[in-house]
Every structure is written in C-alpha cells, then in structure tokens.
Design a protein around this ligand. Structure first.
Ligand SMILES: *Cc1c(COP(=O)(O)O)cnc(C)c1O
Length: 373
C-alpha cells in the first residue's frame, strides 16, 4: 500500500500528462511558457482570488509574500508551532523573528487565544514590531479565520495564509488560498495538488502586488526590460513542464479527487472513532485531507500500532515529531515546552494514515482492521 499513491494517479491521467509534457518540450519555452499563464488563470479563478503568481516552490512563495511587505529585522511574524519548518523559516531568513503560537488540540491549527496572548506579549515586551500572522491550513483544513482575521484587524497586522496543505479546503464555501491579505500554496508532489518536482504559488487580489510579485520572482526586473532591475528579487519561477502536469491534475482534483479523499476520510472516521481520536472537522469546514491524522492514547501505544501497520505493509507517518520551538535552528530563542502544551501533546500521539484519492475500500478496511485489532 502507498501512503500517497502518485503512480495510480499518473496511470489515471497518463494521456493528458504525457501530451502536456511533450508539448512543453516541443515548444522549447521551458520556463514561464503558455501553460504557466493558463494555470495561473485557472488557479486564481478556482480559489477566488484576482491573481495567482506561480514560483519555484511553496517556501519561496511565503518568502516572496513577506518581501512584498518588506518584512525584516525587528519584525515579529506569528505562526503555528506545529507545522512544516518553512512557515517560520521564511521569516527568519529575511531577518524577522518568528513568534510561535500553540495549537488548538482538536484541529491542530493555530489557537486564536494563544495567538492573541503572543501578540500582547510581544507588544508588552516592546522589542519587536508585530507585523504579520501566518496561519497554516494544516493537514488540509483551513485555519480558524473567523477568529484570526478580527485579531489581525484589532492589532493592525497582515495575514498571510500558508495554504501549502490547505489547497481545496474551504470554510462555508470560501476556498483555501483566498483568506487574508495574501495566500500561498505548494505543488510539492505529496501536497493535495502536486506537480512532478517543485512548484508553488502566491495569491493576491491586488493588481500592484501581483505585478511586483512577477518582478520579485525574476530578480526584481522591470515588466518591460529584463536587464532593468528595480529591486532585489529572487530567481523563482515555475517550469512549463510542471504547469503542463498541473493542468490535467487540477481538473481531476476538482472533478473527483477532492470528493474521493473526503469519502475515504468519512470511512476512516466511521470505523476508527471508537478506538482513537479521529480528526475534528468543525461545522462549515471542509478539508482537502493533505493528511488524515489520528491521535492515540500515548506515544507507546502509537509506536506499537505503527509497528503492527508496518508488519502488514501499511505505511504511516508522524507529522510532526517535534514542534518548531524544539528545533535546533531555534535553540537560541530558548523556548520552553510549557509554552506549547498542545503541540507537545500532539507530537507524542499523532499518526498520519495512508490518504489519497485512489485509496480503495479494501485498503481502508485493512488499515482500520489492523488498528482495531
Ligand atoms: C510543504 C509546506 C511548505 C513548503 O512548500 P515547499 O514547496 O516544500 O517549499 C510550507 N508550509 C507548509 C505548511 C508545508 O506543508
């Protein structure tokens, strides 16, 4: 069994993907070719933003967005403690200070109370300037924007949605990658919408921001003259071949893959809710199931069950084994475990199970029977 079966997906979409890649090669427009513009238009229309600007990966997308706001030394960027490193690392690389926020124990997403407490602490300390909140749509479920956006408004902060895992999710029909001032996503192969290498995108409703993003992803060039550099930028663009892969994948994602992962999640939850804590999806929320993650009673129980799954050839993953506050890269911030009780609780008990649109009922039965027994 595959954790995320990209081969089954390729077999289902082989004709379109092969043709798209061949056309991209025959056109010889390898970077930012026509399919890239086509993809950007489709992505923006799908999530409900005015502009989509693609780039090299989801990490660069976050960095480009922070660069738009001139985030740097002395700035505080608030993000979740329980996420992939890039959500915080992109603030650090620009010289800003990530301020980590504990999670809600039910959704694994940033806790609104903990966020406000951290903002007030930073203001009281007076050392950093609060600038940006980076909520993460963890495991496919949008963060709690109903509560985070008013907090941002109250303290005059920007909101950058890290939708790397959230693409396809929604809150009462409003899609992930449309929340806050700017949003980003990743097309890393294992994400809800993945390409065949690295890729990413920034979403914005602002015309000037979109134009500046197009410049910043290409060394800060002027729109009309490649050798007239207006500001310091990155080299971070999407390959035409990746756009050609993503176009048919986006269609399948919308047509049936998103519904298929939601059916798989329903089956898992139906069978597992009596033996472990299954994922909570609050009223009005819809997940794209980047991960299906359950909580066991203890790290010991989790270890035993993971070993049993492995015996049966079932892969499972621990996302994530530690909070960002425990990363060596942030050792100098001297953050204590006591500040992040819910992250700590999760790191000791979470287990992510195989999840993808091509999972069969037999696969799900084998996973759930093994866990139940
Ligand atoms: C994967 C991921 C990223 C980074 O995306 P890459 O394309 O791998 O650079 C950022 N944030 C989160 C939450 C992610 O899961």
């Amino acid at each position: 069994m595959q954790f995320r079966d990209l081969k089954a997906q390729y077999n289902a979409l082989k004709n379109e993907i092969d043709a798209g890649m061949r056309n991209a090669i025959e056109s010889s427009a390898f970077i930012l070719g026509k399919p890239v513009a086509e993809l950007e238009n489709e992505l923006a229309a799908y999530v409900g933003r005015k502009h989509c600007v693609t780039c090299g990966n989801g990490t660069d997308a976050l960095q480009l967005a922070l660069m738009i706001w001139g985030v740097g030394a002395g700035d505080a960027v608030f993000t979740s403690d329980f996420t992939y490193f890039a959500s915080a690392g992109t603030a650090s690389i620009l010289g800003a200070t990530p301020v980590l926020v504990d999670i809600d124990p039910d959704t694994f997403n940033m806790s609104a109370e903990a966020l406000e407490a951290q903002i007030q602490r930073v203001i009281a300390e007076g050392r950093l300037r609060p600038r940006v909140i980076v909520p993460v749509d963890l495991f496919g479920q949008p963060a709690d924007y109903d509560r985070i956006l008013p907090i941002a408004e109250k303290y005059g902060l920007k909101v950058l949605e890290d939708g790397a895992q959230g693409f396809g999710g929604n809150i009462r029909g409003k899609l992930a990658c449309s929340f806050g001032d700017m949003s980003t996503t990743s097309f890393f192969p294992a994400k809800p919408l993945g390409c065949y290498g690295d890729g990413g995108a920034v979403f914005t409703d602002d015309d000037d921001t979109a134009e500046r993003l197009r410049s910043l992803r290409a060394q800060g060039k002027s729109p009309t003259d490649k050798y007239d550099n207006r500001e310091i930028g990155m080299n971070s663009r999407l390959d035409t071949i990746q756009a050609a892969v993503l176009l048919p994948k986006l269609k399948a994602f919308r047509d049936y893959e998103l519904a298929a992962v939601n059916r798989a999640a329903e089956l898992y939850t139906e069978r597992l809710s009596a033996v472990c804590k299954t994922p909570a999806v609050p009223e009005g929320f819809y997940s794209s199931w980047a991960q299906y993650t359950v909580l066991f009673g203890s790290s010991g129980e989790r270890g035993e069950i993971q070993a049993k799954l492995k015996e049966k050839g079932i892969p499972s993953m621990i996302y994530y084994p530690r909070g960002l506050h425990q990363q060596k890269a942030y050792a100098d911030m001297k953050l204590s475990d006591e500040m992040f009780p819910n992250t700590l609780y999760a790191t000791e008990r979470v287990l992510s199970l195989p999840m993808h649109p091509y999972l069969t009922e037999e696969d799900i039965a084998l996973v759930t029977d093994t866990i139940i027994s």
